[in-house]
Design a protein. Structure first.
Ligand code: OOB
Length: 549
C-alpha cells in the first residue's frame, strides 16, 4: 500500500473504501481536523489554561493566537501547505505552539527527539523530503544550531531553519509573523496530519503517516478510557514528541477536551514532583523504570502528590511483580498501556479487577481493532496461546511513508500490520506481551534496532563482525550489548562506544556494553540467521554471567 502524494497535494493514507465507510458509520471518523478542534477550544475554553511550561502559561485563546502567528510566519517564509517540516524540540512550550502552528498552516510536522543527532536527522529530512527544520538554540547542553548547519550542508532541500531562542543566522521563532488570512482552510480529514517516527526494529526508523481522522479518534476514545475531561491536568514527563505522551491520551487528548497540559522539562522526580503539586496534576504516563523510581520517591517526598489520580505505565513491559510494588506504594490508580506509534493502543480499564491491571497489558481501544495472533506460518494460534500480533483497525496505519520494502515486510496483503510483538490473548481480549519476535532492544521504552547499530560497528576498521543483543537489566528492563569480533588488534570498548556516538547517533543507541569474542561460537555462522545468532549470543552471555554473579 503506498501513499498518494502528488507534488504539493496533501499526503493521504489509503484505507479501502469499505473500511472508510465502516469507520465513519461507527462514529470513529467524524471528519474532525487539528485546526478545527483547536479553533473550537479557543472559542469554548478561551480563558482556560491550555499549556504550562516552566513559568510560561498559555490560555486556549493564546495558544490559538500564537500558533496562528507561527503558522502564518512559516508560510510567509515561502513554505506551502503540504510541505514537510522537521521538528526537533524538547519539552518546551514552543514544541506545542509550533506543532499547532504547522497544523494550522497545513504544513506536515515530522517529529524527532532531542536525543537524535546528525545521522538520524539527515535520514528523517531525506525520507520526508522536508523543506524546513524547527529547533531550539540549545537543549540539555547541546547546541542545535550547529546541527542545523551540518544538516543544511547534507540536505540542501532544507530551505529554512527556524530556531527557538537566539537564532544567529537563522529565523527566530519569536520573530515569525504573517497575515493570518494567509492560513488555508481546514484540511481534508483523511489527509496526513504529521509523520511520526517508528521505533525502528530493522535498520533506520521509518516514518509513520497519521491522518486527522484516525489520530483524533485514537485520543478522543483514549480520553474516555483514561478519564480525561476538561477538569484534568495532564503532565508530560516523557519526551513530548513520543506517541505515548502525545496521544494516549497525552497532550493532544488533553487539548482536545479543554484540559490543562503541563510540560515537565524531564522525567526526574525533582523536576516533576513540584509541578504535580503546583498545578494539581491528575494524570501522567511513564515507562516502567521511571514509574518504579517515582513510587519509591513518593514515599518520602515533601511535595503534595495527592491530586494524582492515574499513573499510566507503558512503552515497555511492566512485570507483574513490579506492578504489585507500584500498586502497594502508590496512592493512585495504575493503568497499563501497550501501544505503538503505528496505531494500536491497549489499556487496562480504570474499573478492571486487580489481576487484570497487574498481569495484563490491557485490551484495544476499539471494538473494530482486528487483532490476529498467529504462529510462524501465519495460522491463527489456539485461543490463549502465544503468537505474533497482527492488527488492522481505525487508527492503525496501512503503510509507512515512502518505504515500499518495509511495507512489503510489515503489512499483510489484506492490510494487517505485523507488530513484531509476541502476545497471548486472554478472555475479554486482554493481551499479555511475551516479548519481541524481531530484534530490537527496548531500553526503558527507547527502541533500538540491533541491525542499525551493527551496521555502524561494522564500519569501524578494527571490527570484523558485530552482533547487538538485548540483555535483561534490573533498571532499564533491557540494555544493549554488542558482541564484537575484532579485526587485527582489538580496540577498546570505550573506543567503539565513542565511534558509535561520533557517527552522529542518539546517545541512547550507544551499546551499554561491548564484549569481545574470538568467534560467534559456530562454524555455521554464515548459515544461521542473524536473529538466531543474536539469540545464541544472548544465551551464552546469560549463562556466563550467571556463573560470575
Ligand atoms: C510505544 O510506542 P513505540 O512505537 O515507541 O513502541 C512500540 C513497541 C511495541 O510494539 C512493543 O514492542 C513495545 O513498544 N511496548 C510494550 C508496551 N508498550 C509498548 N511492550 C510491553 N509492554 C508494554 N506496555 O511504546 C507506545 C505508544 C503509545 C502508547 C504507549 C506506548
Amino acid at each position: 500500500m503506498s501513499l498518494q502524494h502528488d507534488g504539493r497535494l496533501p499526503l493521504r493514507q489509503v484505507w479501502p473504501d469499505a473500511l472508510v465507510e465502516r469507520y465513519r458509520a461507527a462514529g470513529y471518523w467524524r471528519g474532525e481536523t487539528f485546526p478545527g478542534f483547536l479553533r473550537e477550544r479557543a472559542r469554548d475554553c478561551a480563558d482556560d489554561v491550555a499549556l504550562v511550561a516552566g513559568e510560561s502559561r498559555y490560555t486556549y485563546a493564546e495558544l490559538w493566537r500564537e500558533s496562528g502567528r507561527i503558522g502564518a510566519g512559516l508560510l510567509a517564509l515561502g513554505l506551502v501547505p503540504g510541505d514537510r517540516v522537521l521538528v526537533q524540540l524538547g519539552n518546551v512550550a514552543e514544541f506545542v505552539l509550533t506543532v499547532c502552528g504547522l497544523f494550522r498552516a497545513g504544513l506536515i510536522p515530522v517529529y524527532s527527539l532531542p536525543a537524535h543527532r546528525l545521522t538520524e536527522i539527515v535520514h528523517f529530512a531525506r525520507k520526508s523530503e522536508a523543506s524546513a527544520y524547527v529547533t531550539a538554540e540549545r537543549y540539555e547542553g547541546f547546541d542545535y544550531r550547529t546541527l542545523a548547519r551540518e544538516l543544511r550542508t547534507e540536505v540542501t532541500a532544507i530551505a529554512h531553519v527556524v530556531v527557538a531562542g537566539a537564532a544567529e543566522e537563522f529565523n527566530a521563532l519569536d520573530a515569525l509573523g504573517g497575515d493570518e488570512d494567509s492560513l488555508p482552510g481546514d484540511p481534508d480529514p483523511q489527509s496526513v496530519a504529521f509523520l511520526q517516527i517508528s521505533g525502528g526494529s530493522t535498520g533506520l526508523s521509518k516514518l509513520i503517516p497519521r491522518t486527522h481522522d484516525d489520530y483524533i479518534y485514537s485520543f478522543r476514545a483514549s480520553n474516555e478510557i483514561c478519564g480525561i475531561d476538561r477538569d484534568s491536568v495532564y503532565l508530560v514527563a516523557l519526551p513530548v514528541a513520543h506517541n505515548f505522551p502525545a496521544s494516549s491520551p497525552g497532550w493532544l487528548g488533553a487539548l482536545y477536551t479543554g484540559a490543562r497540559v503541563v510540560l515537565s522539562p524531564g522525567p526526574s522526580t525533582a523536576q516533576a514532583f513540584p509541578l504535580i503539586e503546583r498545578e494539581g496534576v491528575t494524570s501522567v504516563g511513564l515507562v516502567p523504570p521511571l514509574a518504579l523510581l517515582w513510587a519509591d520517591a513518593a514515599a518520602s517526598t515533601q511535595y503534595d502528590l495527592s491530586s494524582l489520580q492515574v499513573m499510566q505505565v507503558g512503552g515497555a513491559k511492566l512485570l507483574p511483580e513490579a506492578a504489585r510494588r507500584l500498586r502497594e506504594k502508590l496512592d493512585c490508580q495504575l493503568q497499563q498501556v501497550f501501544g505503538m506509534a503505528e496505531g494500536l493502543v491497549n489499556y487496562t480499564r480504570l474499573d478492571d479487577p486487580d489481576d487484570i491491571v497487574l498481569e495484563t497489558q490491557g485490551r484495544p481501544i476499539s471494538a473494530d481493532d482486528e487483532v490476529l495472533i498467529v504462529d510462524d506460518q501465519g495460522n491463527p494460534v489456539p485461543e490463549g496461546s502465544a503468537g505474533h500480533l497482527l492488527v488492522r483497525g481505525p487508527y492503525t496505519i496501512r503503510g509507512y511513508h515512502n518505504d515500499d520494502s518495509a511495507n512489503a515486510r510489515s503489512f499483510t496483503v489484506d492490510g494487517f500490520y505485523r507488530t513484531g510483538d509476541m502476545v497471548q490473548r486472554l478472555e475479554g481480549g486482554y493481551l499479555v506481551v511475551q516479548g519481541r519476535a524481531t530484534d530490537h532492544i527496548n531500553r526503558a521504552g527507547e527502541k533500538i534496532s540491533a541491525e542499525e547499530i551493527e551496521d555502524h560497528l561494522l564500519a569501524h576498521p578494527a571490527v570484523f563482525d558485530a552482533a547487538v543483543v538485548s540483555i535483561p537489566d534490573a533498571y532499564l528492563g533491557e540494555r544493549s550489548c554488542a558482541f564484537v569480533i575484532a579485526r587485527g588488534e582489538r580496540s577498546r570498548a570505550v573506543e567503539l562506544k565513542r565511534w558509535v556516538r561520533e557517527r552522529g547517533l542518539a546517545a541512547f543507541k550507544v551499546p551499554d556494553q561491548v564484549v569481545f569474542v574470538d568467534a560467534f561460537g559456530t562454524t555455521a555462522v554464515g548459515k544461521v540467521s542473524r536473529r538466531e545468532l543474536r539469540a545464541r549470543l544472548r544465551e551464552r552471555f546469560l549463562d556466563e554471567s550467571d556463573a560470575v554473579d
